[in-house]
Write a protein of this length. Structure first.
Length: 260
């Protein structure tokens, strides 16, 4: 995803479409508190959605956000190792204030997506279907929402698989963080912003870089990164039994800090 550049006047069609999406997100944020109060009967919608800590601690939110960023950084360093070691990329080390702004915009985009997929959507699915299915359904919808029809059949399915596993990891992260979204935001935003900065200034990827490592458009669709994500998911397996322990689910994890 390319960040939306508010400081540009010559916007491309896809950037105009992104602007429309941004307006939709702003409307979503405006109406969400009222929806939560009516639909979910909570007087603390932002705690319920995971944006505000139950103890209203900024330090706690920053700690969880930083933990997500560190995991994202670890995954990107793990990816950069073989790329640079085997000559599939060249280190440039170039950066600019504009690149930093774009990266920050992608972190904000990650926040918005987490609020929708691991916040609102997950809660809605738990009301509409069982908690057993909700965690997998939100990951499937998250995956399909990023579909790209320009890819060939196998590249597309690998991308969908990678996004599905990432959706499960992000859900597990929220469970481990006791309903907070900030760890998810750090991981999601860190991966998106980190890869953008790496490939738009810090390194130059070779055309010979294997697709099984860097994916068709980003590493999420690469075979090796998918395998690494699966390992991380297995390491979080203690969080996944939400399917058998609804009290650890998205709804109940956050409702303890809200008034039902």
């Amino acid at each position: 995803m390319q960040p939306f550049r508010l400081y540009r006047s010559d916007l491309l069609p896809e950037e105009l479409a992104l602007f429309g999406t941004l307006i939709s997100f702003i409307s979503f944020l405006f109406f969400m508190p009222g929806w939560a109060k009516v639909r979910w009967k909570t007087s603390s919608p932002w705690i319920y959605l995971g944006l505000v800590e139950k103890k209203k601690s900024l330090n706690l939110a920053l700690t969880k956000f930083s933990r997500g960023l560190l995991l994202a950084a670890f995954l990107l360093v793990l990816l950069m190792g073989p790329i640079l070691l085997f000559g599939w990329g060249e280190w440039l080390g170039s950066w600019s204030p504009r690149l930093v702004v774009d990266a920050l915009l992608l972190v904000v985009w990650g926040l918005l997506e987490e609020l929708i997929f691991r916040g609102w959507l997950w809660h809605e699915l738990e009301y509409l279907i069982s908690a057993r299915l909700a965690i997998f359904t939100q990951a499937a919808i998250f995956s399909v929402a990023h579909i790209r029809f320009t890819f060939n059949f196998w590249d597309l399915w690998l991308l969908l698989l990678g996004l599905f596993v990432l959706g499960l990891i992000l859900a597990a992260r929220r469970i481990l963080d006791k309903g907070s979204l900030w760890g998810c935001i750090g991981l999601h935003g860190g991966l998106a912003a980190g890869w953008f900065v790496l490939t738009n200034g810090l390194i130059s990827l070779s055309s010979n870089a294997p697709i099984w490592l860097v994916g068709p458009a980003n590493p999420i669709g690469g075979g090796v990164p998918i395998a690494v994500l699966c390992v991380i998911l297995l390491l979080q397996v203690n969080a996944v039994p939400i399917t058998r322990r609804p009290s650890n689910g998205a709804r109940n994890a956050s409702s303890k800090g809200a008034t039902p």
